[in-house]
Design a protein around this ligand. Sequence first.
Ligand code: CTP
Ligand code: MG
Length: 553
Amino acid sequence: QRALRRLLSCPGTVAADLRREEQFSGSAETGSEDRIPKKRFSEVQEERREQAQRTVLIHCPNKISEKKFLQYLSQHGPVNSHFFYESFGLYAVVEFCQKESVASLQSVTRTPSRGAEAAIPFRSRYFSLKLRNPSSQPSEQSSVQCSNQSSPSSKKLFELLCCAESVDDQLTALLKTFQLTEENTKLRYLTCSLIEDIAAAYFPGCAVRPFGSSVNSFGKLGCDLDMFLDLDEIGNFSAQKASGNFLMEFQVKNVPSERIVTQKILSVIGECLDHFGPGCVGVQKILNARCPLVRFSHQASGFQCDLTTNNRIALKSSELLYLYGALDSRVRALVFSIRCWARVHSLTSSIPGAWITNFSLTMMVIFFLQRRSPPILPTLDSLKSLADAEDKCIIEGHNCTFVRDLNKIKPSGNTESLELLLKEFFEYFGNFAFNKNSINIRQGREQNKPESSPLHIQNPFETSLNISKNVSQSQLQKFVELARESAWILHQEVKERQSSNQPWGLATLLLPSVANNISFVKKRKKPASERIKNLLESIKSSSTEHPTDTNGK
Ligand code: CTP
Ligand code: MG
């Protein structure tokens, strides 16, 4: 009856969405038993890359007949799939069945000639479709259906969370609305592929590969697009053909260090994107960073892009996160909720600074899930021990070996609910001995901190690095306090669950108004009942007496 009441009280679309989700997805509660065989990371990357090479991006007139548009494009070969989206104008992503169709389309495409302005000719796969005679176009040209590329509004999120059946359903619903869609993923690979075409003008045979949250399965709609300019393929070409007694080498320029190579390459690619890259704006070269990069906006796709090179370890860590995300369906649901929680409370920010990052939060969730009894996720060392000869991977002297075939990893026997895990996550880190311990997913247990940064999370492959070195003591303290208060709120929630039109469960922790609620709870002088007051006092006193030195539960 409660279920029916909630569904009836929900706005139609949300209720329908939820029903659809139920049909298509298994329960996220236990994770392991609904695990379906998933593709290896490298297979996904290769398939998507090849797909992107057959795909074009077209800026369209605002009103267009979809049927005529597809008929027009089919002259160049069969279209496999397409979608439209809006981003300062109407755009279409069109995937042909064959790569040759792209060349055919390019062969009939002209470079625009515009009165006073002059165009730099560049035959890319990013086109602009014009109507020959706009005024004579009949009114049949209706608006096309557009695919959404941005994350839902807080109103939609609120409705969705309040209509869910349980806290577990809330976490699953949040994951389903924020995760990258098929279309958004295609657009990300296409954008990399378009940048690859530009980089290939300098380095024929190079590859531009997405990494980070665009591919590690933890990406949220609207997240940045991290790209890696891979020049290794160029080297491999000739190595394969070497035979006989001779060895031919290219004459190349030598510079004093790898870092200088990286800086020089990124410098010219940055110039190139700035001067000739269609749709690339706001190009910034950040070459003195620990990991030099070129940052720019890809206007047509709306992505903020970070292009790096010589960053193969980051690609490998994306593969590791992909594996962890695929091992148990609770992992992604928990990570998405924690990331959203952190964003709502300004623990994370899109501006670089002393804040905790999404990458660090993901590591904390993985570590926490390794610490459950029985563990929900295996340690990196155990993934290494399952690896075979083909999995062996050494990058710049770092051992990055781990098993890549998911089916070789035994599912966890742990059946804890998402609700419990969320609560326990907050409790665990609300009481973690950050002052003396380091988080280490390789061994899956706390270790003594090797240096004095407030938060120490060991980089899984470059083990001497701390991925959260930037985090200040005050930001860490804010995280700890919010974690404690969130644990407390969730405990209260179970006892005093409210009616369906009030925020409850995860909604209490996430909605912007709730961020104020938390400070409200904090500032409130006379809590309603003695019991709540005592609980609040005990949390407060433990936070001031032992800010960071309590361990475990
Ligand atoms: N990375 C790393 N060490 C760091 C920061 C980042 O190895 N200190 C790598 C990780 O593989 C990370 C990738 O670089 O996934 C991209 O970094 P970033 O964009 O900061 O994180 P994302 O995981 O992409 O998350 P977000 O959605 O916030 O962009
Ligand atoms: Mg990123």
